[in-house]
Each structure stands twice: as C-alpha cells, then as structure tokens.
Design a protein. Structure first.
Length: 530
C-alpha cells in the first residue's frame, strides 16, 4: 500500500470527531479554538459556503464537551496544559441550520424545536412543550446550568440559511423567519448569567436580524486580522499538510512541483478576509482537486448562486464592472440589507468577490474575483440570462466561437455573433431605443469571457479607453463598438487614441476590429478589420 492510499481526505466531512477517528488529513485550526474559548464573549463569523465553518463549529463543540482524545497531537493540547481547568466539559446546545424546509411556514420553528429536544434528551432536562419557543429555550438554558453547575455553550451553524432560502422567493416567509429569530435569540441576552460561550456562523450578516441589534454584545470577527485564517488554507498550511497530494498531482499532470503550485494558486487561492490578510485557499476546491488530480471548478459547481443572478437581472447590472476592482466602504462590506439595490456586499460575503486592496485611512476596500475558478464559473453562470441561449438550436455552440478566436478567424467571429444577435428576442416593450451600446457590448463581453480568454473592457490608454481587448497565445483583438454609427469611425478611433500602442513590440498578430450595431436591425451591420 502506497503512502497516498493510506491518506484520507475529509471531503464532505463536517464532523470533527468523525474526521479524527477516521484518521483524515486535518489542517490544525485548534489554536483559534483556544484563543476564542479563553473569552466568554459571544462571537459571529461570516465566511463563504463550503469554507470550513461547520467543521470549525464542530471542533468547538468537541472541545467544550471535553473530548480530550480527539485533540491528541494538535496545537491546543499544549495550550490546554496551561489551563487552570483543562478539558472541562460544558453542556453544549448546537443549532444546525445548514438544511431544513425553511421556505415552509413551520420549517424554522421545527428546526429549532429539534435542537432543543436533542439538548433536553442529552442532559435529561424537563421538556415543557406547552411553553412558547423562546420560553422553552430560556428554561433549557437555566435547567442545564443548574444541573451541571456550568454555563451552557450555544453554537449556531449557518444562522442565515433560513433567510437566504427565501430571498426573491418568499418575502412573507423571510419576514416570518426574521420575527421568529428576533424573539428566540433575544433569550441569549437575558440569560447571559447562564452562558459559557456563544458562537454564530453564517455566510451573510443581515443587519436587521435581532442577533446583531438586540444581542449587541456579539463580537463580529469576520474582518478581524487575528482570525483571518480561521477557515480556509494558507500557502504554508497547503505545503505542510498536502505534500504527497501535490507531488501526485504534479506527476499526473506532467507538471513540476512549482508549476503545480502555481496552477493551484491561480485556480483556488486569493481570498482575503481583512486588511493585509495572507492569501487563503478555498478548502473544498483544494480537497476535490487533490482527490481527482484535476484542476476543476469544484466549489462553483457545488451550488448555483440563483438568487445572486436574479438580483443582477432585476437591477440590469452591467457585468463589465467586474473587469476592474470595485470600491466599497467597510460599513457596507459587513452588513447586508435586502432593500439595498447594490449587490456588491452580498457578492463579497458569498465568496464571489474578495478583498484585493484596502485603505486603512478611508476604511474602505477594493473587491475583485479571488481566482479563476470563481471568475469564470460566475461569469459563465451569467451567460444564460445575458445571452438568452438556454433554448438555442444545436448549431449555436459557444465552442465554435472558441475555435474562431483561437484560429484568428475574424470572419468566423463576426458570423458567430451575427447568428447570436439574430436569435435574441426584441425588448418586450418593443422600444428599440432601449437597446443601448452597453447592451450589445455586454453580449459580446460575456460570450468572450466565458471562453476563459484574457478579456478586458474599457481599457485605459493615454488618450482614451478601448471598448474591449481579447488576448490569446497567438492573437490580440482590439474591438471598438458603435451603435448606429460606422465601423470605419470605430477603426479610426482605435488608431487616433493609440489603443494598439502597448502591443507595438508584441510578437502576436494584432487585429483592430471596428463594429457597428444597428438598433433598428438589432444586429451587427458593419464589421471592419485592420
């Protein structure tokens, strides 16, 4: 049996005890457990989905239950030796809200009741089903404290899932779930004397949910430099913990070790959760990549961000904004308000954008895609709504566009786009003036970017901005678009503004392409190449 066959990757395992008992590879995060546990402060942590929040919460649970054997050889073992009361066991009440029928009337209520029942059974507490849900919660906390003589540890996993499930789906149920939360978790403030530790996790921090207003002592560590690597994997952790997997992956893909590491970084690294944060890898994607020995799009394929795509459609969002870094204030990045038309805070909290630059004086950030897996996965998910190609005939295939771009076939590129525009429907209003230059530029941009090409829009030069530049290994395409103008004027602008100057010493073949789009014909009517 080889070394690789003896190693077990914890794909899909979110239970710390199961992971340890099955001898899975584990990136040690227990130093963070000890740092948090030393305080009696209630905490909140926001991280994207499948980033290790549930596993970290399970690690906290095992620690507070005093399961010493599970932590053998880990960082916390040394720290705990200095604890006046090492491995003390506390009553733990855990709410797991990652799944449930939360779009239904009693869905959230049933999930909370289930957790209370389990807690009552574990500690042989009296169950008063006649009490209201908040009253029962309070009675359980007091009873557990009196019976064990120790404060209760309350852990809440994916608290925001019952709210996210209803966004743009069931506004009435979303409000009902908010109201239930407000009454239920307000109990924590009243029962502070009976609590040892409180920890909430979620993807999104909803600013109007009671845990952030009524429970105002909750400390949000989502942007805290001290906890930047609490979830996810750093470069050092990658190379220390996965050396055999990196070696095997490099060999399988005919890469050197350095080339393999560079490809892993390009695909899965790049997350930042505070100012001056080290690069953080997506753990879900890394583990799946090592398991498959392939650089696939695992995180994005594990869940479609339907509500995010719908939000972009609702506000007619220009996807070319993603071409450059997007500035946002610190106050905006921390909270989500459903009535806010700007989707950028939600895109950050959901993991589709991350911090790329920060300004400490302004308390502001600039956001961008963390890596290529997210960038191309997300933009590809936009394609159906922006290109409206779900029901197009078989000959309409974006891979045909890929072939023409790679071959330097500008006539083929033109014909492909003309075929696409011919299939797109007219505006429902019949108002041809609503077809803006931006509208057809968006179609071309989305089509090119989903190919995985190096595609940029509104590219600045000394005299102006090129509409679109696409680069391949052998070719550079500079596009200038006009609506109800002329392709000749577009070509002249490329020359006059010096858009091609940065490529004067480039050995690749350069194409300058002027394009005119007719709003009356709703298609490309002129296409000139120089």
């Amino acid at each position: 049996m080889t070394i690789m066959e003896e190693r077990f990757l914890p794909i899909g395992i979110q239970d710390f005890e199961k992971l340890r008992k099955n001898n899975c590879v584990y990136v040690d995060k227990t130093a963070f457990v000890y740092k948090l546990a030393k305080s009696n402060c209630p905490y909140f942590l926001s991280r994207p989905r499948r980033f290790g929040k549930s596993l970290f919460l399970s690690t906290l649970e095992a620690y507070f239950l005093g399961k010493k054997d599970l932590f053998k050889g880990l960082a916390i073992e040394k720290h705990e030796a200095e604890n006046p009361e090492p491995w003390a066991a506390y009553p733990v009440l855990k709410f797991s809200l990652a799944s449930g029928e939360f779009t239904k009337e009693e869905g959230l209520n049933n999930a909370l009741v289930f957790s209370l029942k389990r807690f009552e059974e574990d500690y042989a507490l009296p169950a008063n089903s006649e009490s209201t849900l908040p009253e029962r919660f309070k009675e359980d906390l007091i009873s557990a404290y009196k019976k064990t003589g120790r404060g209760v540890v309350v852990l809440v996993d994916e608290y925001d899932n019952p709210l996210l499930k209803n966004i743009n789906v069931n506004k009435e149920q979303e409000e009902a779930n908010r109201a239930l939360y407000k009454a239920f978790f307000a109990v924590l403030k009243d029962c502070d004397a009976y609590l040892r530790f409180v920890f909430f996790t979620g993807v999104t921090k909803f600013s109007k949910v009671s845990i952030f207003s009524d429970l105002n002592q909750l400390k949000d560590i989502s942007l805290d430099r001290n906890y930047d690597a609490i979830c996810g994997i750093t470069q050092e952790e990658l190379e220390q913990n996965f050396a055999p997997e990196i070696e095997a992956m490099a060999k399988d893909n005919d890469f050197t070790k350095e080339e393999c590491l560079a490809e892993l970084k390009r695909m899965y690294d790049g997350y930042h959760f505070c100012m001056n944060c080290p690069d953080i890898y997506n753990p879900f994607s890394l583990l799946n990549a090592f398991s498959e020995n392939d650089f696939g799009s695992y995180w994005f394929a594990s869940g479609t961000p339907t509500f995010l795509i719908n939000k972009l459609k609702d506000i007619n969002f220009d996807p070319r904004r993603f071409d450059s870094l997007i500035k946002i204030d610190e106050s905006e990045i921390s909270n989500y308000r459903p009535e806010n038309l700007d989707p950028i805070p939600l895109f950050y909290q959901s993991g589709y954008l991350t911090i790329k630059e920060s300004n400490k004086k302004q308390r502001s950030y600039k956001l961008g895609f963390p890596n290529d897996e997210v960038k191309y996965g997300f933009l590809k998910s936009l394609a159906p709504s922006y290109l409206k190609v779900e029901d197009k005939p078989a000959p309409f295939n974006i891979s045909l566009l890929d072939d023409t771009v790679e071959e330097g076939n500008t006539d083929g590129i033109r014909d492909w786009f003309k075929a696409l525009f011919a299939l797109l429907p007219y505006p429902a209003s019949g108002d041809l003036d609503s077809i803006t230059e931006q509208s057809f530029q968006n179609v071309i941009y989305i089509s090119l970017i989903v190919l995985g090409k190096y595609c940029r829009t509104e590219v600045h030069s000394a005299k102006g901005r090129a509409d679109c530049i696409v680069e391949t290994d052998d070719y550079v395409y500079i596009f200038e678009f006009k609506r109800d103008g002329s392709a000749k004027a577009a070509l002249a602008q490329i020359d006059e503004q010096g858009y091609a100057t940065p490529y004067s010493a480039d050995k690749r073949k350069l194409f300058k392409i002027g394009v005119n789009f007719s709003s009356s014909e709703k298609n490309i009517t002129e296409w000139e190449v120089k």
